[in-house]
Design a protein around this ligand. Structure first.
Ligand SMILES: O=C(O)C(=O)C[C@]1(C(=O)O)C=C[C@H](O)C=C1
Length: 114
């Protein structure tokens, strides 16, 4: 007996209905991505403005603030019934990139390499 041989066969109608649903959901995902990237661009612009008021690396890294943001997005994810670790890891990666961006800007203002 081969793996999966007990599964009932799927009709071609079911297969094409499944394909249609996948196509609809991918279209929806593309629309959501457009909103997400737009919001991320706004968030990045806000971080760029705030960066201009930071004068040292500790201020750029703001570890207490990072902890606060990560805890908050986990809480928000739970409220929206999504796995909190997805929100946490997504923001961890976002904040890492934004920290690098800020360190580069700080170095540029100081006239030294990051
Ligand atoms: O709040 C700050 O000071 C930021 O620089 C923004 C931000 C964030 O993306 O939320 C980015 C880097 C860390 O320093 C902390 C938080």
């Amino acid at each position: 007996m081969t793996a999966g041989s007990e599964e009932r066969s799927v009709s071609s109608e079911e297969r094409s209905a499944a394909q249609a649903e996948i196509g609809r959901m991918r279209h929806r995902i593309d629309e959501i991505d457009e909103q997400i990237v737009g919001l991320l661009a706004e968030r990045t612009a806000a971080v760029r403005i705030l960066t201009e008021h930071k004068t040292d690396e500790d201020a750029v890294r703001s570890t207490d603030r990072v902890r606060q943001v990560l805890a908050r997005v986990e809480m928000l994810a739970e409220r929206h019934d999504m796995p909190p670790q997805i929100a946490r890891e997504t923001y961890r990666s976002l904040i890492d990139q934004l920290t690098t961006m800020q360190l580069e800007r700080l170095a540029q203002r100081r006239g030294t390499p990051a």
